[in-house]
Design a protein around this ligand. Sequence first.
Ligand SMILES: C[S@@+](CC[C@H](N)C(=O)[O-])C[C@H]1O[C@@H](n2cnc3c(N)ncnc32)[C@H](O)[C@@H]1O
Length: 209
Amino acid sequence: MSIHHRLFAATYDTLLKPVERRELAPRRARLLAGLQGTVVDVGSGTGANLSHFRHAKRVVLVEPDPYMRARLSTRLGESPVPVTVSDADAEHLPLADGEADAVVFTLVLCSVPDQRLALLEARRVLKPGGTLAVLEHVRRPGRAGRWQDRLDGLWGRFVAPGCHLNRNTVAAIAEAGFDFTEVSRFEPPAVALATPVIAGTAVLRPGDR
Ligand SMILES: C[S@@+](CC[C@H](N)C(=O)[O-])C[C@H]1O[C@@H](n2cnc3c(N)ncnc32)[C@H](O)[C@@H]1O
């Protein structure tokens, strides 16, 4: 892990604070409050989702970055439900096949090395009928999207380590065998390059397990 990862973890909450309060926190609340049973929060970061898991039986927080995990560990008391922290990654979730009722990715599918592998792993651990909940910034169509393509390398190198501006996450979710039950799109103004953001839930397509 580089100095960049350390710096990103140290500044993440401060940088996101304005957009978090106005735009992201209400979306997180809406997306996560109804999740029940065993929930896996993949790439938990500093713990922005922690206070929103109101009805889960337990939440497994998966965070491979030690700097993020150190911050996350200081905030576990914010969770209204029991939580455990794992240093695993999205490609190797610490759950048995079909153990999870819900898998959550918020601002993570932009950063995993391979979206397909992460989504197939989510699919492995989900129960039949389980929920995939996502809140992710995605590539914009047209000219603005071409700018995101051009700036993608610089963004991942100098702004948010490993993050990509130009992923077509909605298509990747469908290709991994999920159907959206609901999805909305919004434009947090403070993070113009990393927009639009999609928020939604999906379930595994019947017969696609
Ligand atoms: C932009 S932060 C988002 C944190 C948090 N989910 C949120 O909504 O604020 C991206 C997170 O994804 C994590 N991440 C990157 N690659 C990952 C992987 N392969 N598996 C799990 N987490 C990963 C990073 O360590 C980081 O904590």
